[in-house]
Design a protein. Structure first.
Length: 271
């Protein structure tokens, strides 16, 4: 039985929070979420919830209008937005995961606050097991491609640590420092066999052909082999179970002979 202190009205300021509550069977407690939440959780777009700004542009009045007893937010943040969240005067859980272990812990933490601890353990364990299962399938591969994945293009920012861990699980080697700014020249010098792009907020619209041309990457091994891919933003930049879709996309990009092509990935030259 939930106690009188268990949150019943939750505002989610990032898609990862909305998706995690859905995975916990608690979507009915979400009274407001962002317009981006439907990208990873279509069930959230049923018209029953207020649409609010995310943790980058949060507004106190929007949050108060939803009359929540808990605000859930996750990276990325903007300092002014955090101030607005605090100004709303509602209990606030701020998550800032970097690694897969952080994401599992966040799922369990949200479940504990919501009064469903066992469900959280189950969701986190199932996610971890799925990743490790794919790792076992990739361990036997003799070929370990060198991979660069970026979460932003101007400036070029390498994807987060959890993406590097997914690439490792899929049998690849991440060739940059996760989450750090780099340059086209540094990426080229590393000689990647596979290039992946998942720009925050861009969906699947990264212009691969223009990217290669503008950065003078035509002679890179990845480009010569046409192993340049756009992976849908929500599959790699949402720290929640949606990362399993990103992992499947990475696995196909690295080992197309061993895995079926999933949805959410586009290849250089695709019409």
């Amino acid at each position: 039985m939930p106690s009188d202190y268990t949150p019943q009205r939750v505002v989610c300021l990032q898609p990862s929070a909305t998706l995690t509550l859905r995975d916990l069977g608690l979507l009915d407690r979400v009274v407001a979420c962002t317009k981006y939440c439907a990208d990873v959780c279509p069930e959230a777009a049923d018209g029953s919830r207020l649409i609010v700004s995310d943790s980058w542009t949060a507004q106190a009045e929007q949050i108060r209008t939803a009359q929540p007893d808990l605000v859930l937010a996750s990276v990325p943040y903007q300092l002014e937005a955090v101030g607005e969240i605090l100004k709303a005067g509602v209990r606030f859980l701020a998550l800032a995961p970097r690694t897969l272990a952080d994401i599992y812990a966040d799922i369990v933490a949200i479940a504990g606050i919501m009064g469903v601890s066992e469900r959280g353990e189950h969701v986190a364990s199932a996610m971890q097991a799925a990743i490790e299962d794919l790792r076992m399938h990739c361990n036997s591969a003799e070929y370990k491609p060198r991979v660069f994945c970026e979460e932003w293009g101007k400036p070029i920012i390498a994807s987060q640590t959890w993406v590097a861990e997914l690439i490792d699980a899929a049998g690849g080697t991440f060739i940059a420092e996760p989450g750090k700014t780099t340059s086209a020249e540094e990426v080229a010098a590393a000689g990647p066999d596979v290039l992946l792009a998942a720009w925050c907020g861009a969906g699947d619209r990264v212009p691969l052909e223009k990217l290669v041309e503008q950065r003078n990457w035509s002679d890179l091994p990845a480009v010569r082999a046409r192993r340049v891919f756009c992976i849908s933003d929500e599959l790699l930049n949402t720290p929640a179970t949606s990362l399993l879709g990103g992992l499947r996309a990475i696995a196909w990009a690295l080992h197309p002979d061993r895995f079926p092509r999933p949805s959410g990935i586009r290849q250089l030259g695709d019409l």
